[in-house]
Structures are given as structure tokens and as C-alpha cells.
Design a binder for this molecule. Structure first.
Ligand code: ADP
Ligand code: MG
Length: 275
């Protein structure tokens, strides 16, 4: 008899660590994500690009079980995001676009809090935290309050935190936004090492096309909730007949400036105003 578990197993053994089929997300009358389908292979360095408001963060929130899809089917590491939420959550780490650190705590306390939350065994906690903070060169500053950290230090701390439970996938939503080139370089070289040494699949969004050209194995571009192209950088340049990704991006998504999408605080304000 073929039972459900066996079906899942076979799914896991296939090479796709992320499988998205016909994903749609509606907010009232807005289709933020409109029937998208694509897959990401195990170990791939995958860039998810698009102008402001295109639907990147919404998609990432759905993949990481923070938002429910309106429709569609999604498997992460072989697990269904609706039926096996916990297995899905064990499979990934995440670094958010909007900072999610507690700035009134020290770096060590932030790490520790997260380790407890993600059930890292008590006796492994300190060693793991030490290892990760050393890797992002923050161990010496572990007892400093995070509100005294620079932007780059905060982002490095978030990356370290995202890796506390050895994820199979690391989701990064604009991890280098607003950072100087030195810090960006440092962060990407660190993430590249993780990708190569530990075969961690990387799924990231960014507006910096140079980062994508240098490191991404494959790219998908989303606009108005729809995937407008996917492939390797080389394939996209060939298809759009351009020399660099930025030109291809503009050809695909147009020249008009997009409004920054409303962040959660804006949405709350809008909601209050309507009452
Ligand atoms: P991106 O990350 O590509 O900039 P988002 O996924 O954040 O885009 O947003 C896609 C669209 O959905 C935008 O128009 C945004 O304003 C809208 N949106 C995002 N979250 C919500 C929400 N919770 N409620 C209503 N609209 C939302
Ligand atoms: Mg976003």
C-alpha cells in the first residue's frame, strides 16, 4: 500500500528542496502573488528578484509558514507547508528584510532566546552560539546591547541567528539592504561558504544586481505577483539580449518607479484610520 508518508518520502528524495505549484495570495482585492510555480534544487543559490511591491516578501513569508497561501501547493524539504508545519520550520533558517532582533538585549541574549525558541538542546547551546558568533566575528562583542550595534553588525547577527539549528535552507529577504560594499562582500562570502561547504540551499532577494550576477546559480524575477522570467543569469541575458542583469531587469519590469510596499506598521495605521 502506498501511504501518505511514502509519497512524502519520494518527494523528499527528488532533487527539489522547494516546490511551488500555482501559489496565489490575495489581500482583499489585491493579488499580491498570482499563480506562480517554480522549483529550487537542493544546494542551489537562488535569487528571487523583483521591483518594490512585486510580491517577494509575501512569497517568502508563505514559504516560511508566516502567512497562509490563498491557494496552491508548496513543499519545503519534502514537507507540505500546511500539513507539516513543524517539519518545515525545522528545515530552514531565515534572515528578514525588516529587522527582527531585540535591540534591548545583548547579541548573546538574542542568540540564546532564539536557541530556546528553536529547541536547540540545552547542553549544545553555548557552544553553538560561540561558534556562530565567532564565524560572523561578533563573539568579542557578544555582551554589547544590540541597539549599540551598527547596521552591518546587526545583519551579521541575524545571519548567525538564522543558522542556529543547521537549516537545510536559508531564506534571506534583502539581507544586504543599505549596507556598505565591504559588509555586503563579507556577508556574501560567508553565505557562499555555507552554501559550498554544507550544501545549504540559499533563497534570497535583493535589489543589488551585481550580487546576483556574482553568486546566483539561478534567478526568478517576479512582477505584479507573476513570474516574468526564470533561468541562469546567462540564459536571461541571452533571452533579453542584454549585457547585464540590470538591463534585463528593466526590460522585463519597466522603467516606472514603484512605491515601496507598505510595511506592517503602515498597514496597521491604514486599518486604524478606516475604523
Ligand atoms: P516586495 O517584497 O516584492 O516588495 P511584498 O510581497 O511586500 O512585495 O508586497 C506585495 C504587495 O502586497 C504590495 O502591494 C503590498 O503592499 C501588499 N501587501 C503585503 N503585505 C500585505 C498585507 N499584510 N495586507 C495587505 N497588503 C499587503
Ligand atoms: Mg519585500
Amino acid at each position: 500500500m502506498v501511504n501518505k508518508t511514502m509519497i512524502k518520502k519520494s518527494n523528499m528524495e527528488n532533487n527539489n528542496i522547494i516546490e511551488i505549484k500555482n501559489l496565489t495570495k490575495e489581500f482583499k482585492d489585491l493579488k499580491a502573488v498570482d499563480d506562480i510555480s517554480f522549483t529550487v534544487k537542493r544546494g542551489e543559490f537562488f535569487a528571487f528578484l523583483g521591483p518594490n511591491g512585486a510580491g517577494k516578501s509575501t512569497t517568502i513569508k508563505i514559504l516560511t509558514t508566516l502567512l497562509k497561501p490563498t491557494s496552491g501547493s508548496i513543499y519545503i524539504n519534502g514537507f507540505n507547508i500546511l500539513e507539516e508545519k513543524n517539519k518545515v520550520r525545522e528545515s530552514f533558517g531565515i534572515v528578514f528584510q525588516d529587522q527582527s532582533l531585540d535591540v534591548e538585549l545583548t547579541a548573546y541574549e538574542n542568540m540564546h532566546f532564539h536557541a530556546v525558541l528553536y529547541k536547540v538542546p540545552k547542553k549544545e547551546r553555548r557552544q553553538k552560539i560561540k561558534e556562530l558568533l565567532e564565524m560572523v566575528e561578533l563573539w568579542d562583542k557578544r555582551n554589547k546591547l544590540v541597539k549599540k550595534y551598527s547596521g552591518g553588525m546587526k545583519r551579521r547577527l541575524e545571519i548567525a541567528r538564522g543558522l542556529l539549528h543547521h537549516p537545510k535552507i536559508l531564506f534571506l529577504d534583502e539581507p544586504t539592504l543599505g549596507l556598505d560594499p565591504q559588509t555586503r562582500r563579507h556577508i556574501w562570502s560567508y553565505i557562499s561558504k555555507l552554501n559550498k561547504k554544507e550544501n545549504i540551499t540559499i533563497f534570497f532577494s535583493t535589489h543589488y544586481m551585481d550580487e546576483v550576477e556574482k553568486i546566483a546559480d539561478r534567478v526568478a524575477i517576479i512582477d505584479n505577483g507573476k513570474i516574468v522570467i526564470q533561468g541562469t543569469v546567462k540564459e536571461i541575458l541571452e533571452k533579453k539580449n542584454t549585457n547585464n542583469l540590470e538591463e534585463a531587469f528593466i526590460k522585463l519590469t519597466g522603467k516606472n518607479i514603484r512605491e515601496e510596499s507598505a510595511d506592517n506598521l503602515d498597514l496597521i495605521k491604514q486599518y486604524i484610520r478606516k475604523r
